[in-house]
Design a protein around this ligand. Sequence first.
Ligand code: 5GP
Ligand code: MN
Length: 336
Amino acid sequence: MNVAKEILELVDKSKNIVITAHRSPDGDSIGSSLGLYRFLKALGHESIICHPDPCPLYLEWLKGDDEIVDFDQNEERVSELMQNADLIFCLDYNGAGRVGKGMSELLTASSAKKIMIDHHPYPDDFVDISASHPEVCSTAQLIMELIVKSGNESLLNDSIGAPLYLGIVTDTGSFRFSSVTPRTHELLALLLKNGVKHSEVHEKTFDNNRLDRMKLRGYAISEKLEFIPEYGVVMLPLTAEELERFNYQKGDTEGLVNVALSIEGANVAILMSEKDGKVKLSFRSLGTIKVNGLAQDHFDGGGHANAAGGITSETVDETLEKIRGLVPSYFEKINA
Ligand code: 5GP
Ligand code: MN
Protein backbone atom coordinates (compact mmCIF):
# COMPACT_ATOMS: atom_id res chain seq x y z
CA MET A 1 0.00 0.00 0.00
CA ASN A 2 1.34 3.46 -0.71
CA VAL A 3 2.02 5.76 2.24
CA ALA A 4 -0.57 8.27 0.99
CA LYS A 5 -3.32 5.67 1.24
CA GLU A 6 -2.02 4.49 4.60
CA ILE A 7 -2.18 8.07 5.89
CA LEU A 8 -5.73 8.58 4.65
CA GLU A 9 -6.85 5.27 6.18
CA LEU A 10 -5.59 6.49 9.53
CA VAL A 11 -7.39 9.80 8.96
CA ASP A 12 -10.62 7.87 8.28
CA LYS A 13 -10.29 6.10 11.62
CA SER A 14 -9.57 9.26 13.62
CA LYS A 15 -11.96 11.68 15.31
CA ASN A 16 -9.77 14.43 16.73
CA ILE A 17 -7.11 15.43 14.24
CA VAL A 18 -4.51 18.07 15.07
CA ILE A 19 -2.05 19.49 12.55
CA THR A 20 1.19 20.85 14.02
CA ALA A 21 4.25 22.52 12.48
CA HIS A 22 7.53 23.99 13.73
CA ARG A 23 8.11 27.09 15.86
CA SER A 24 8.67 30.44 14.07
CA PRO A 25 6.29 29.63 11.23
CA ASP A 26 7.37 30.26 7.65
CA GLY A 27 5.65 29.99 4.28
CA ASP A 28 6.12 26.24 4.12
CA SER A 29 4.91 25.43 7.63
CA ILE A 30 1.85 27.68 7.29
CA GLY A 31 1.23 26.69 3.66
CA SER A 32 1.49 22.94 4.20
CA SER A 33 -0.66 23.15 7.35
CA LEU A 34 -3.44 25.09 5.60
CA GLY A 35 -3.22 22.95 2.45
CA LEU A 36 -3.58 19.74 4.47
CA TYR A 37 -6.32 21.18 6.70
CA ARG A 38 -8.41 22.27 3.71
CA PHE A 39 -7.75 19.00 1.87
CA LEU A 40 -8.97 16.99 4.88
CA LYS A 41 -12.01 19.24 5.07
CA ALA A 42 -12.75 18.60 1.39
CA LEU A 43 -12.63 14.87 2.21
CA GLY A 44 -15.18 15.47 4.97
CA HIS A 45 -12.80 15.43 7.95
CA GLU A 46 -12.69 18.23 10.49
CA SER A 47 -9.28 19.01 12.00
CA ILE A 48 -7.52 21.94 13.66
CA ILE A 49 -4.10 23.50 13.15
CA CYS A 50 -2.12 24.05 16.38
CA HIS A 51 1.09 26.01 15.91
CA PRO A 52 3.55 26.92 18.68
CA ASP A 53 3.49 30.67 17.92
CA PRO A 54 1.55 33.15 15.80
CA CYS A 55 1.57 33.47 12.03
CA PRO A 56 3.86 36.30 10.80
CA LEU A 57 2.09 39.38 9.43
CA TYR A 58 3.17 38.86 5.83
CA LEU A 59 1.41 35.48 5.73
CA GLU A 60 -1.78 36.55 7.53
CA TRP A 61 -3.65 36.88 4.24
CA LEU A 62 -3.46 33.13 3.67
CA LYS A 63 -5.47 31.97 6.64
CA GLY A 64 -9.07 32.18 7.68
CA ASP A 65 -10.06 33.36 11.17
CA ASP A 66 -10.51 29.98 12.85
CA GLU A 67 -8.05 27.76 11.02
CA ILE A 68 -4.95 28.17 13.22
CA VAL A 69 -4.70 28.36 17.03
CA ASP A 70 -1.31 29.06 18.53
CA PHE A 71 0.07 27.83 21.84
CA ASP A 72 1.71 31.15 22.83
CA GLN A 73 -1.62 32.99 22.81
CA ASN A 74 -4.02 30.11 23.56
CA GLU A 75 -2.11 27.74 25.80
CA GLU A 76 -5.19 26.23 27.43
CA ARG A 77 -7.07 25.56 24.21
CA VAL A 78 -4.05 24.06 22.45
CA SER A 79 -3.27 21.89 25.50
CA GLU A 80 -6.82 20.56 25.47
CA LEU A 81 -6.79 19.93 21.72
CA MET A 82 -3.46 18.11 21.93
CA GLN A 83 -4.60 16.03 24.91
CA ASN A 84 -7.80 14.99 23.14
CA ALA A 85 -6.16 14.30 19.79
CA ASP A 86 -6.14 10.76 18.41
CA LEU A 87 -4.12 11.75 15.35
CA ILE A 88 -1.38 14.39 15.16
CA PHE A 89 0.28 15.48 11.94
CA CYS A 90 3.86 16.74 12.38
CA LEU A 91 4.53 18.94 9.37
CA ASP A 92 7.82 20.49 8.31
CA TYR A 93 9.86 19.38 11.35
CA ASN A 94 11.98 16.41 12.18
CA GLY A 95 12.12 16.33 15.99
CA ALA A 96 9.66 16.95 18.85
CA GLY A 97 11.84 19.79 20.20
CA ARG A 98 11.15 21.93 17.11
CA VAL A 99 7.65 22.83 18.35
CA GLY A 100 9.02 24.63 21.42
CA LYS A 101 9.04 23.50 25.04
CA GLY A 102 5.34 23.68 25.92
CA MET A 103 4.07 21.98 22.81
CA SER A 104 6.80 19.38 22.67
CA GLU A 105 5.81 18.21 26.17
CA LEU A 106 2.21 17.83 24.95
CA LEU A 107 3.37 16.05 21.81
CA THR A 108 5.60 13.62 23.68
CA ALA A 109 2.94 12.89 26.31
CA SER A 110 0.21 12.31 23.71
CA SER A 111 -0.94 8.77 22.96
CA ALA A 112 -2.30 9.91 19.57
CA LYS A 113 -0.98 8.30 16.40
CA LYS A 114 1.60 10.60 14.85
CA ILE A 115 2.38 11.16 11.20
CA MET A 116 5.48 13.06 10.13
CA ILE A 117 5.45 14.72 6.72
CA ASP A 118 8.74 16.56 6.40
CA HIS A 119 11.82 17.29 4.33
CA HIS A 120 14.48 17.99 6.96
CA PRO A 121 17.44 15.62 7.19
CA TYR A 122 18.05 13.30 10.16
CA PRO A 123 14.47 12.77 11.41
CA ASP A 124 13.99 11.63 15.01
CA ASP A 125 12.00 8.49 15.57
CA PHE A 126 8.92 9.72 17.45
CA VAL A 127 6.12 9.03 14.99
CA ASP A 128 4.01 6.08 13.81
CA ILE A 129 4.11 6.87 10.10
CA SER A 130 7.05 8.75 8.65
CA ALA A 131 7.00 10.44 5.27
CA SER A 132 10.42 12.05 5.59
CA HIS A 133 11.94 13.15 2.27
CA PRO A 134 14.98 15.42 2.64
CA GLU A 135 15.46 15.39 -1.14
CA VAL A 136 12.14 17.18 -1.66
CA CYS A 137 12.13 21.01 -1.73
CA SER A 138 9.25 21.61 0.67
CA THR A 139 6.66 20.00 2.87
CA ALA A 140 4.04 21.67 0.67
CA GLN A 141 5.26 19.55 -2.25
CA LEU A 142 4.83 16.45 -0.07
CA ILE A 143 1.23 17.46 0.73
CA MET A 144 0.67 17.80 -3.01
CA GLU A 145 1.99 14.25 -3.43
CA LEU A 146 -0.36 13.07 -0.68
CA ILE A 147 -3.31 14.57 -2.54
CA VAL A 148 -2.27 13.21 -5.92
CA LYS A 149 -1.10 9.74 -4.82
CA SER A 150 -4.23 9.13 -2.78
CA GLY A 151 -6.27 9.71 -5.95
CA ASN A 152 -7.77 13.02 -4.86
CA GLU A 153 -6.40 15.37 -7.51
CA SER A 154 -9.97 16.33 -8.41
CA LEU A 155 -10.33 18.04 -5.02
CA LEU A 156 -7.59 20.59 -5.78
CA ASN A 157 -8.82 24.14 -6.01
CA ASP A 158 -7.54 27.64 -5.25
CA SER A 159 -8.31 27.36 -1.54
CA ILE A 160 -6.27 24.18 -1.05
CA GLY A 161 -3.74 25.04 -3.74
CA ALA A 162 -2.75 28.64 -2.92
CA PRO A 163 -1.12 27.80 0.45
CA LEU A 164 0.67 24.84 -1.13
CA TYR A 165 1.93 27.01 -3.98
CA LEU A 166 3.12 29.55 -1.38
CA GLY A 167 4.92 26.82 0.60
CA ILE A 168 6.81 25.77 -2.51
CA VAL A 169 7.63 29.38 -3.52
CA THR A 170 9.02 30.33 -0.12
CA ASP A 171 11.05 27.17 0.56
CA THR A 172 12.65 27.27 -2.90
CA GLY A 173 13.56 30.99 -2.95
CA SER A 174 11.02 31.37 -5.77
CA PHE A 175 11.94 28.12 -7.57
CA ARG A 176 15.66 28.80 -7.65
CA PHE A 177 17.22 26.34 -5.19
CA SER A 178 18.75 23.09 -6.40
CA SER A 179 16.02 21.23 -4.49
CA VAL A 180 13.60 22.16 -7.31
CA THR A 181 13.07 19.25 -9.72
CA PRO A 182 10.96 18.62 -12.82
CA ARG A 183 8.44 17.04 -10.44
CA THR A 184 8.16 20.33 -8.54
CA HIS A 185 7.21 22.09 -11.76
CA GLU A 186 4.77 19.34 -12.73
CA LEU A 187 2.99 19.83 -9.42
CA LEU A 188 3.08 23.61 -9.81
CA ALA A 189 1.50 23.22 -13.24
CA LEU A 190 -1.22 21.11 -11.67
CA LEU A 191 -1.86 23.86 -9.13
CA LEU A 192 -2.21 26.46 -11.87
CA LYS A 193 -4.53 24.21 -13.88
CA ASN A 194 -6.70 23.89 -10.79
CA GLY A 195 -7.29 27.55 -10.20
CA VAL A 196 -4.32 28.84 -8.21
CA LYS A 197 -3.72 32.48 -9.12
CA HIS A 198 0.04 32.49 -8.88
CA SER A 199 0.61 36.24 -9.40
CA GLU A 200 -1.81 36.99 -6.59
CA VAL A 201 0.12 34.71 -4.25
CA HIS A 202 3.39 36.47 -5.10
CA GLU A 203 1.93 39.97 -4.81
CA LYS A 204 0.16 39.38 -1.51
CA THR A 205 3.26 37.80 0.00
CA PHE A 206 6.14 39.84 -1.36
CA ASP A 207 4.72 43.18 -2.51
CA ASN A 208 3.13 44.20 0.73
CA ASN A 209 6.06 45.59 2.72
CA ARG A 210 5.46 48.00 5.58
CA LEU A 211 7.68 51.06 5.26
CA ASP A 212 9.39 50.21 8.59
CA ARG A 213 10.19 46.74 7.30
CA MET A 214 11.86 48.15 4.18
CA LYS A 215 13.80 50.70 6.26
CA LEU A 216 15.02 48.02 8.66
CA ARG A 217 16.27 45.96 5.73
CA GLY A 218 17.98 48.97 4.15
CA TYR A 219 19.61 49.88 7.47
CA ALA A 220 20.82 46.32 8.01
CA ILE A 221 22.45 46.15 4.59
CA SER A 222 23.95 49.64 4.59
CA GLU A 223 25.08 49.87 8.23
CA LYS A 224 25.47 46.42 9.70
CA LEU A 225 27.05 44.09 7.17
CA GLU A 226 30.33 42.49 8.17
CA PHE A 227 32.11 40.78 5.31
CA ILE A 228 35.01 38.38 5.77
CA PRO A 229 36.20 38.28 2.15
CA GLU A 230 38.95 35.63 2.59
CA TYR A 231 36.25 33.13 3.51
CA GLY A 232 33.30 34.64 1.64
CA VAL A 233 31.36 34.92 4.89
CA VAL A 234 28.83 37.72 5.43
CA MET A 235 27.42 38.42 8.88
CA LEU A 236 24.40 40.58 9.55
CA PRO A 237 23.86 41.27 13.27
CA LEU A 238 20.75 43.07 14.54
CA THR A 239 20.31 43.96 18.21
CA ALA A 240 16.97 44.16 19.99
CA GLU A 241 17.34 47.94 20.20
CA GLU A 242 17.82 48.21 16.43
CA LEU A 243 14.85 45.97 15.71
CA GLU A 244 12.67 48.05 18.05
CA ARG A 245 13.83 51.24 16.36
CA PHE A 246 12.13 50.01 13.18
CA ASN A 247 9.01 48.72 15.00
CA TYR A 248 10.01 45.14 14.32
CA GLN A 249 7.18 42.71 13.61
CA LYS A 250 7.58 38.99 13.29
CA GLY A 251 8.68 38.16 9.75
CA ASP A 252 10.35 41.52 9.07
CA THR A 253 13.76 39.91 8.61
CA GLU A 254 12.45 36.95 6.59
CA GLY A 255 14.59 36.44 3.49
CA LEU A 256 17.14 39.07 4.58
CA VAL A 257 19.83 36.43 5.01
CA ASN A 258 19.37 35.45 1.35
CA VAL A 259 19.85 39.07 0.33
CA ALA A 260 23.19 39.03 2.19
CA LEU A 261 24.11 35.78 0.45
CA SER A 262 23.48 37.37 -2.94
CA ILE A 263 26.48 39.70 -2.51
CA GLU A 264 29.28 39.04 -4.97
CA GLY A 265 31.91 36.83 -3.34
CA ALA A 266 29.61 35.66 -0.54
CA ASN A 267 29.34 31.90 -0.03
CA VAL A 268 27.96 31.95 3.49
CA ALA A 269 25.54 34.40 5.12
CA ILE A 270 24.63 34.54 8.79
CA LEU A 271 21.81 36.70 10.14
CA MET A 272 21.69 37.31 13.88
CA SER A 273 18.67 38.84 15.54
CA GLU A 274 18.33 39.49 19.23
CA LYS A 275 15.03 38.88 20.98
CA ASP A 276 14.04 38.19 24.59
CA GLY A 277 17.65 38.07 25.70
CA LYS A 278 18.60 35.46 23.09
CA VAL A 279 20.10 35.65 19.65
CA LYS A 280 18.49 33.70 16.82
CA LEU A 281 20.76 32.75 13.96
CA SER A 282 19.92 31.98 10.35
CA PHE A 283 22.61 30.39 8.21
CA ARG A 284 22.66 30.12 4.41
CA SER A 285 25.32 28.84 2.04
CA LEU A 286 25.97 28.13 -1.61
CA GLY A 287 26.64 24.81 -3.34
CA THR A 288 28.64 22.22 -1.47
CA ILE A 289 29.40 24.48 1.50
CA LYS A 290 27.51 23.23 4.54
CA VAL A 291 26.24 25.39 7.39
CA ASN A 292 24.19 22.88 9.40
CA GLY A 293 27.33 21.57 11.15
CA LEU A 294 28.18 25.00 12.59
CA ALA A 295 24.54 25.51 13.63
CA GLN A 296 24.41 22.13 15.32
CA ASP A 297 27.83 22.13 16.98
CA HIS A 298 27.74 25.65 18.45
CA PHE A 299 24.23 27.09 18.33
CA ASP A 300 21.90 24.38 19.54
CA GLY A 301 20.38 24.14 16.07
CA GLY A 302 20.63 22.34 12.78
CA GLY A 303 18.81 22.16 9.47
CA HIS A 304 19.67 21.58 5.84
CA ALA A 305 23.17 21.77 4.36
CA ASN A 306 22.47 25.16 2.74
CA ALA A 307 19.88 26.55 5.18
CA ALA A 308 20.13 26.11 8.90
CA GLY A 309 19.23 27.88 12.12
CA GLY A 310 20.14 28.05 15.76
CA ILE A 311 19.95 30.04 18.96
CA THR A 312 22.29 31.26 21.72
CA SER A 313 22.04 33.05 25.06
CA GLU A 314 25.18 35.06 24.35
CA THR A 315 24.96 38.70 23.25
CA VAL A 316 25.11 39.76 19.62
CA ASP A 317 28.71 40.99 20.07
CA GLU A 318 29.80 37.77 21.77
CA THR A 319 28.13 35.76 19.00
CA LEU A 320 29.92 37.78 16.33
CA GLU A 321 33.24 37.26 18.08
CA LYS A 322 32.59 33.55 18.43
CA ILE A 323 31.73 33.14 14.75
CA ARG A 324 34.80 35.13 13.67
CA GLY A 325 36.85 32.58 15.60
CA LEU A 326 35.00 29.56 14.17
CA VAL A 327 35.02 30.61 10.51
CA PRO A 328 38.49 29.16 9.70
CA SER A 329 37.62 25.74 11.09
CA TYR A 330 34.28 25.46 9.23
CA PHE A 331 34.95 27.16 5.91
CA GLU A 332 37.76 27.09 3.41
CA LYS A 333 39.70 30.11 2.27
CA ILE A 334 38.63 31.38 -1.13
CA ASN A 335 41.36 30.85 -3.77
CA ALA A 336 43.62 29.29 -1.14
P1 5GP B 1 15.52 29.88 9.21
O1 5GP B 1 16.84 30.50 9.04
O2 5GP B 1 14.63 30.12 8.05
O3 5GP B 1 14.91 30.18 10.53
O4 5GP B 1 15.78 28.33 9.24
C1 5GP B 1 16.33 27.68 8.14
C2 5GP B 1 16.30 26.19 8.37
O5 5GP B 1 17.12 25.89 9.49
C3 5GP B 1 14.93 25.64 8.72
O6 5GP B 1 14.28 25.18 7.58
C4 5GP B 1 15.26 24.52 9.64
O7 5GP B 1 15.59 23.40 8.87
C5 5GP B 1 16.53 24.90 10.29
N1 5GP B 1 16.42 25.43 11.65
C6 5GP B 1 16.15 26.71 12.02
N2 5GP B 1 16.20 26.85 13.36
C7 5GP B 1 16.52 25.62 13.85
C8 5GP B 1 16.73 25.11 15.16
O8 5GP B 1 16.65 25.81 16.17
N3 5GP B 1 17.02 23.78 15.25
C9 5GP B 1 17.14 22.97 14.14
N4 5GP B 1 17.45 21.68 14.33
N5 5GP B 1 16.97 23.43 12.92
C10 5GP B 1 16.66 24.72 12.75
MN1 MN C 1 10.02 23.48 4.85
